[in-house]
Design a protein around this ligand. Sequence first.
Ligand SMILES: Cc1ncc(COP(=O)(O)O)c(C=O)c1O
Length: 454
Amino acid sequence: MTTTNNNTIQLEGYSDNALRILRNQSNSRIGAAHFIAMQDEYRADTNPNGYISLGIAENTLCFDILKDKLITNPNFNQKLTQYSDMGGDLGFRKAICSLLQNTISKYQPTDSNLFIKPEEIVVSTGATPLLENSFNMFCNKDEICIIPSPFYPAFVYDASMRFQVRVEPSSMEIFDKEGTVVDFRIDIEDFDRIYRENPGKVKMVLLCNPCNPTGHIIKKQEIIQVVDWCREKKIHLLMDEIYALSVFNYDSDAVEFHSIYEILKGDLGEFVHLISGFSKDFCLNGYRAGYVYSQNKLVIKYLTCTSQFYTCSNITQSSITNILTDSQFLNHFIKTNQSRLADAYNNAVECLTKGGVPFIKSSSGVFLMVDLRKCLGQATFEEEINLWNDIFDECRVVLNPGIACKCKEPGFYRFIFSLNKETVRVGVERLSKLYNKLVNNRTDKYNNTNNKIC
Ligand SMILES: Cc1ncc(COP(=O)(O)O)c(C=O)c1O
């Protein structure tokens, strides 16, 4: 497919798959916004009018602690330059077992068969290829994965871009009488509805806990309900716990995070699988390392025999092993990261409150949702995109629109707070100026209209 001068498209020489993917690529500014912003990035001293991106889930709060550990890797040797086990180096998989068993879940089963074993782990270049490959493993083209929404926007690409698996969102937002979002809850009756309305098509459920984009933690009882639902119907459940160690709210009324391994007392069985990685909790997005843990031998076999297509580099595996096997460093890093996340969250909350911008509370991850519904002329997703453009052009701030996360109502935007405090403060000041201008204009218009009618 070639785009000629007059923008006509020549179709010869490309597969149907490639053409479908190319045709579905939109040239939307939203997808490119973060990287556009990075070309002209805000700096307090040298570029005060530059862009501020609050639109990519990266945590840059702990590089100072990680730096030395990453540069000085005592495991560096010639073997790293050679081929290794494509599904993950044994030493790395052992270190992941210990992380899952002792740090993330803290559950020690009485039955030794249920201890997490390296042969139950497959490693890859991030969680993304394993997500895509899992959709391909459990679903045929046009079959369905249910994902409670709002959810991480890229789940849809992972499912559909190459393998054409459909995602059915199931809303979790709970609104009070005034229309404020007061909680998030999985609605198992809605799962039943999707299952009923699509006979024979639902093959998978994906839960993200803690949840991207809301930062809320799913209650243990709701997870058990979904596990039971999936097991009864012989549907695979993939638990994405990539933010398991990025929990920062320990208020007595906060929902506590429990890993699926802990919730099921080590017995995941045939239909429940865990996916995670090092991009988020270890601030290593660019290192590209993720893994699946499953007790289902066929799942492991499939992911291992396809792992040659996404083998994680030896240098990455070895660097992360160096972090995971130093328990003193590991504990210090996790605690510091959590306390810095709490600090960054509190800073964002303070700035938003001061600027009069409504938001939904978060307790984990690197994000919260701001509620800009009052700025929309009409409650439509089209208006939400118009406002996104205004925020990008006028405020020079990048957020993620709720439509990409399948929010139930237009006007919510994901806001990343894991940046330095000063940058977040300036970003919110710009946003707050636009927010208050639009809300006041709308109120004036409404009052004027009322006057006329009277
Ligand atoms: C919930 C969730 N799962 C998976 C991923 C993909 O992570 P990775 O960088 O390991 O591919 C992300 C990245 O933002 C995420 O937020």
